[in-house]
Structure formats: C-alpha cells, structure tokens
Design a protein around this ligand. Structure first.
Ligand SMILES: [Zn+2]
Ligand SMILES: [Zn+2]
Length: 411
C-alpha cells in the first residue's frame, strides 16, 4: 500500500496537475518547452509567455527530486545582499541546472543586484556581526527591496525553496503592517528595526506594528511569534493558537536552508509555535494604517482561512497564496476546490471592475491585472471533476505525510 501511495503521490505531482498549465518561474527562458500534461484530462490553453522581468527579481529555480509536498521541484536561489556573500544568478544567461541534489559552486562569479538591501548596507549595526555561537543575525537572514509608496519587499535569503514566502512591509501614517512573516528562524521585527525600515519621520513617534498572516501555513506564519500584535482570519485562529503544524503544513528540509540560522540547527526540529492572535479578521474588515486602508477579503480554497488584503485606493492586492504566478495548490488538508473556484471568480470580478492594477503575491514575482485574470480564469477552467478526483488523491497522500511528520505536535 505504501508503495502505491508514494507512486500515487509522485504521479499526481502538482508540477503537472490535471489540465493545468504550469507556469515556469520568472527567470526561465521564455522559449522553454511547456511541461507535460496528464493525458487523462482535457488540456487548457497555456498561459501566454510572460514579458521580461525587471532586474532584481528572484534568482532562478533549481530542479530537485524526492518527496515533494508543497511547491515541488522549485528551489529558488539565494536572495542577494547588496554587497554580501551570496551573489545572484545572472538574469541574462541562466545557467544550466546543477546535478540533482547538488548546490552551485559557491565561488561562481555573478554580478550583484543592488536592488536588494541586506547585511552589506549597514555593517556595524546591531545584528550585523558574523555568525558565531549565537548564530546568524536577523540582518544577515533577511534582505529587502523598496518598491515605493511605503511598501517594502522582504525575503529570507538563505531559505532556498519555492516555499519561500514574500513578506511585505506596508508603512502608513499611523500604523505599519507586515503581511506574512516567513519561517521565523530569525526575528523579523529585529531586522525591520536594525535596517531602519521602521524609522519614524522626524519628530514623529514610532508607529505600532501589526503582523497580518494571509494564512497560517508555516512559510507565512512561523515568524508571527516575534510580533506583539498579530492578526489572522478567524477560521485559522485556533490552529495558530494551538501551534497546529498539521494545518500549518510544516514541511522543511535541511537542504532548503543554505545556511543554518545557528550551529547545530536542523530542519526536523522546526515547528510553528503557538501564537495568540490579538485580532481576528473577517470578510470586509478594514485595517487602517492612517493614510492607507487595507480591506480583508476572505478567499478560501488554498486554505480555509486564506485572505487577500485589498488597497482599493491604490488598486493593489496582497494576494497571499490565493494566487501567485505559479501553479495553485489546492490539495492540502484544508484546501477545497469549490471554494477556490469561488475565490477565483471574485478575483476576476476585481479585474473586471478595474479595482486591481498590481498584485503582490505570497510567492514569486509581482504581476498585473491581466495576468491575475488569466491565472484565475485558468484555474476555474480546469477545476472539473477529473481535477477534483486527482486533488482528492493528492490530499490523502499529503495528509498522511503531514500527520506522520508533525505527529509530535498533533497527537
Ligand atoms: Zn499556503
Ligand atoms: Zn505559501
């Protein structure tokens, strides 16, 4: 039976979901051949090739094999520091993938990407010390890139996985908000303070900081433990409060973490700790930052408490894992295809009504309204009976694997 389960899991790998076009990560050459589709379901029209991405986006993915649960086969390179020790891959000529399981040579010369600010920008500041017995500092672990308009894009530099979540800092006149918090292997608030991202304007008092989780999956919620004020949708509040790593779909391997945060750290010890949310969110709630309002949209499907945050005035959507420029994951324990279809219909309505111009997603790169519409409509078009059957099988396998992996927490 186990052999059958494993084979079933690999066959139903979401790299090639039923009838779904898999979007190549942003640095793949546009001419790359499309991935194979399952012959069991009708094919849908492939998404058009994406235009070139601006410099400074995520490094290219690498191909890996093995048991894959979440964003399989995608391993992203390290987010570069401004003048750090992790130069990025070349954007113009992506190198061929390394042998399976191998890492690229550390000494490979690559040009720096100054758009990402990291430890090299504030040497001498607190936390910029070399990793020693106490481990890596927050300033070393994270990097950020200002997007303008009071928004900063933050990532965990040494978490080299397709599961690496985007973290967004949104500054307001009366409150700052962090949208998603990463793994939590280092303190994100420490990084924000040490890098000057929370500095008040001259003469002004420091503003309160609220962390909002778009959902409780481990790659978004692990860092909530470091914040005093935390908001999450009510449907997932209990899971966050009890530290339910089954619902958090915790799945982390040593080889995804290029540099351990401290000596002796092992991925198998990673858990999302219990966090008591200070604010429960519902559909239609408005998070006020003073001069900016974020409206909560409950968009279940990927998880039962997934939310998007909509800045209506600026037509920006923080989409979490509801939609990103890649294959949507709808086969996790609390995923539901019918809910996902309804959420995608709402996304299409936002575009139809001209309410979104820019999407800041939970993974991968920023995209626009047209791409949002295509991603949402493509999902709906392939979410038929055949797809539901395959996701049901995959959910069964994933649930078993997650139960075993997180048995110490859930039992
Ligand atoms: Zn997720
Ligand atoms: Zn995620």
């Amino acid at each position: 039976m186990w052999l059958g389960l494993v084979w079933g899991f690999l066959l139903f790998s979401p790299d090639a979901p039923e009838g779904k076009t898999v979007n190549t990560p942003c640095e793949n050459p546009p001419s790359a051949a499309p991935p194979p589709r399952s012959p069991r379901c009708p094919a849908t029209a492939p998404l058009p090739p994406r235009p070139g991405h601006p410099p400074g986006v995520l490094p290219a993915p690498r191909t890996t094999w093995g048991l894959r649960l979440y964003f399989p086969r995608r391993r992203l390179g390290r987010v570069p520091a401004a003048s750090g020790d992790a130069p990025p891959r070349s954007q113009a000529t992506p190198p061929s993938p390394p042998p399976q399981g191998a890492r690229p040579p550390a000494a490979a010369p690559r040009p720096p990407l100054p758009q990402w600010a990291g430890p090299g920008t504030r040497r001498g500041a607190e936390g910029a010390r070399p990793a020693g017995a106490a481990g890596m500092s927050a300033l070393e672990w994270f990097a950020h890139k200002p997007l303008g308009g009071g928004i900063f894009w933050i990532q965990e530099r040494f978490y080299e996985s397709g599961n690496r979540a985007n973290i967004w800092l949104v500054r307001g006149s009366q409150r700052d908000v962090v949208i998603d918090a990463g793994l939590g292997l280092r303190s994100l608030p420490d990084y924000l303070r040490a890098s000057g991202l929370l500095a008040p304007q001259e003469g002004a008092a420091p503003r309160p900081l609220l962390a909002v989780a778009t959902h409780v999956h481990f790659d978004h919620s692990g860092g909530l433990q470091h914040f005093e004020e935390v908001a999450v949708h009510s449907a997932e509040a209990a899971a966050l409060l009890r530290g339910d790593n089954y619902e958090a779909v915790t799945w982390l391997s040593d080889r995804e973490v290029a540099r351990p945060p401290r000596p002796g750290w092992r991925a198998r010890h990673f858990r999302v700790p219990p966090v008591r949310p200070s604010r429960l969110l519902q559909e239609g709630d408005v998070i006020s930052l003073g001069d900016r309002q974020l409206t909560v949209m409950h968009m279940p499907g990927h998880s039962r408490g997934s939310i998007c945050l909509h800045d209506k005035d600026r037509k920006i959507l923080f989409s979490g894992d509801v939609v990103y420029d890649g294959s949507m994951i709808d086969w996790l324990p609390y995923s539901r295809v019918s809910d996902y279809v309804a959420s995608c219909q709402r996304l299409m309505e936002l575009v139809d009504r001209g309410l979104v111009e820019k999407v800041l997603p939970g993974h991968f790169n920023i995209f626009g309204a047209e791409r949002l519409y295509r991603l949402a409509s493509n999902y709906i078009s392939q979410a038929g009976v055949c797809h539901k059957v395959s996701t049901c099988a995959m959910r069964s396998i994933a649930s078993i694997a997650l139960r075993i992996t997180n048995s110490r927490v859930t039992s």
